[in-house]
Design a protein around this ligand. Structure first.
Ligand SMILES: Nc1nc2c(ncn2[C@@H]2O[C@H](COP(=O)(O)OP(=O)(O)OP(=O)(O)O)[C@@H](O)[C@H]2O)c(=O)[nH]1
Ligand SMILES: [Mg+2]
Length: 192
């Protein structure tokens, strides 16, 4: 049994994940994609939080998780802290294609996520990569992914420590999702 596997099992099952981030970022789309593999293009904004179970698969490993999906509209953001404090990992989703809202996302990230990150580490999900890819002249995907990661790292002023990891995703194509479980495990190890 690998060291990683032993560590995750020792933390207990299921792990608690909470989705935060501005409205329209793609939290519910990611929640649904992780649970069903489907992309829904006409989702309604989340007004009441939801809780679901999911089995995360990585290599031959299965990790049971509970997902809390929160609403990101401004009036709902004060609710985030109570849920974050009961979670093992925060998944902060940002619409990486909408730079007009980067400052707003940074404010919420710095105010509501960073102060809690020593206890509850954070996976930053740079979502809607399909839209970026469609509108970019850059044809080299790995270069583009790198650019997106760097852009969001700078836009949110992500602290450079092991409490934060960045992942580029598209809920439409499913890009990036196979890496979610591994990154969550690495973040859990950072808080041991
Ligand atoms: N093209 C594209 N559209 C996406 C992607 N992810 C989400 N969307 C769309 O973006 C819209 C908003 O997605 P939601 O998942 O409802 O956003 P949310 O973060 O849950 O928003 P709130 O519940 O209001 O906080 C929906 O129409 C989704 O279909 C993606 O990766 N690519
Ligand atoms: Mg939602």
């Amino acid at each position: 049994m690998s060291h990683l596997k032993t560590t995750v099992r020792a933390i207990g099952s299921p792990i608690n994940l909470v989705f935060c981030g501005l409205d329209y970022a793609g939290k519910t789309a990611m929640n649904i994609r992780m649970r069903t593999g489907k992309f829904i293009s006409d989702l309604k904004p989340t007004l009441a939080s939801t809780m679901d179970s999911v089995t995360l698969v990585h290599d031959e490993d299965l990790v049971q998780a509970t997902i809390i999906d929160l609403g990101g509209q401004e009036a709902l953001r004060d609710n985030w802290a109570a849920f974050i404090e009961k979670s093992d990992v925060v998944i902060f989703v940002i619409d990486a294609h909408d730079s007009s809202r980067f400052d707003e996302a940074k404010k919420e990230f710095q105010q509501r996520i960073v102060p809690l990150a020593q206890k509850i580490p954070c996976l930053i999900v740079c979502n809607k990569f399909d839209l970026i890819k469609n509108s970019s002249m850059e044809k080299d995907s790995s270069k583009l992914i790198n650019e997106v990661e760097n852009t969001i790292q700078a836009a949110l002023a992500v602290p450079k420590d092991g409490k934060f990891m960045i992942l580029v995703t598209s809920q439409k194509t499913g890009y990036g999702l196979p890496k979610v479980t591994r990154l969550i495990r690495e973040l859990l190890m950072s808080s041991l």
